[in-house]
Ligand binder design. Structure first.
Ligand code: SF4
Length: 413
């Protein structure tokens, strides 16, 4: 057996061929849309090439993070490139070494990252969020037939509003700093403040895109594609491209909705494309793959090392809306608060099959939002295309219901 013939190499080749062909097809379909603008080209190319090219693009050693609760500012301040692990492949990749009902996003990540051997051995930061995330390094190394990556476990307090939750998280940030320094450069108050300023600029660019989408000047499909590419290049280059995105106006006949729930990544844009086809306009979202890629700009008046790390810790913990938290009233309040600014009449809640945190959360959220007069539709799906017509029928019915309610209100007025 030659080196190229090991089971691990054969699997990487198979994954690489499948993932590349699928990404090329999806990118081509997006390029041929009538609303394609030249300024989207950079992002589409990033998405199409995927994580394999991050090292070449940035020249920095890559640290893979399994969740957006890891502050990229800290990773960047150590001279490293933060990469958020993601995958949107619609291929039903079901290796016997992985549980059948595994989170589809992580299954797709195994395919995408397995196709890029360079990535498998790099250092990972894994926050203890949901069970799938916690078990992912073990499952992935079994599937890839390689030793597990070097993992830094970031212990996440699931009660975040209690003072000891914040204190524990701050301690974790200092442990993370030590880990990052062991593979990169020393992090100082100044280097961290510089990185925080870079990410604050990226966040402002994201906000501008979000406002464009709210105002009907950026189709949600493009917004989601652009946001999903954030960790594939240096924050400077990505931000500059985002600042240059030009409006691509959409007609305003669609019914406006808020999109919540499990993340959505290229090339699996099934749901945003179906929403569009059904006449529903996702004017805002709170997906960790899109509307909340970073939770906000870190502002710090105290520029000492302790001061900046405390500001970063506070921003990434308290502002996070992830359903794995026990005390998470912010989530419903965030949707209701956004309604004033964004204007929408319904909420579409996306649940990936096997994604327990969002599945459980959808039940409580549904009754609360309906009580406040919002229409609510929960859609459970995976990345495969088989249920597309069924989803479309439900979205179309939802569109008609929301539109009917809107006309009733107008008639009564
Ligand atoms: S929260 Fe849901 S989508 Fe995210 S990793 Fe866990 S199971 Fe997957």
């Amino acid at each position: 057996m030659t080196m190229d013939d090991t089971p691990g190499k054969r699997l990487a080749k198979k994954l690489s061929d499948r993932v590349r062909a699928e990404s090329e097809r999806a990118a081509e379909a997006l390029r041929s849309r009538p609303d394609y603008s030249r300024t989207f080209g950079y992002f589409l190319e990033l998405a199409e090439k995927g994580p394999g090219a991050v090292l070449n693009r940035t020249g920095r050693e890559t640290v893979s993070m399994l969740c957006v609760q890891v502050p990229p500012e800290l990773v960047h301040a150590a001279g490293l490139q933060p990469f958020k692990i993601w995958g949107g492949s619609s291929w039903n990749f079901s290796p016997p070494e992985a549980p059948t009902l595994m989170c589809p996003m992580l299954k797709a990540s195994m395919a995408v990252m397995g196709a890029n051997e360079n990535f498998q051995g790099r250092d990972w930061v894994v926050p203890t969020t949901c069970d799938w995330v916690v078990k992912f390094p073990e499952i992935a190394s079994r599937v890839w037939k390689r030793p597990a990556p070097r993992v830094f476990w970031l212990e996440l307090p699931h009660l975040k509003e209690r003072p000891y939750g914040g204190q524990r998280w701050l301690e974790e940030m200092f442990r993370l700093k030590d880990f990052l320094e062991s593979i990169g450069e020393k992090i100082t108050g100044k280097s961290l403040a510089r990185s925080a300023a870079l990410y604050a600029r990226a966040w402002r660019a994201m906000n501008r895109l979000s406002d464009m989408r709210r105002d009907g000047a950026l189709p949600p499909v493009w917004f989601m594609l652009i946001m999903g590419t954030f960790f594939l290049d240096s924050p400077e280059r990505w931000t500059e491209a985002a600042e240059n995105v030009t409006p691509s106006p959409v007609g305003n006949s669609a019914v406006r909705v808020f999109l919540a729930g499990s993340p959505i990544f290229f090339p699996n844009l099934k749901l945003p494309l179906l929403l569009e086809e059904a006449g529903l306009y996702a004017a805002a979202d709170d997906l960790c793959s899109s509307g909340r890629v970073i939770p906000g700009a870190v502002t710090c008046h105290d520029t000492s090392e302790f001061g900046v790390i405390s500001a970063v810790a506070e921003r990434y913990h308290r502002a996070c809306l992830c359903p794995i938290f026990i005390d998470n009233d912010r989530r419903v309040n965030n949707i209701l608060g956004r309604r004033k600014d964004v204007r929408f009449d319904g909420v579409i809640f996306h649940v990936l099959k096997g994604c327990h945190p969002y599945d459980i959360e959808s039940l409580g959220l549904e009754s609360e939002l309906k009580r406040r007069g919002l229409r609510f539709l929960r859609l459970e799906t995976d990345h495969t295309p088989e249920d597309s017509r069924n989803l479309f029928a439900r979205l179309e019915a939802f569109h008609n219901t929301v539109k009917g309610g809107f006309h009733d209100r107008q008639d009564r007025a």
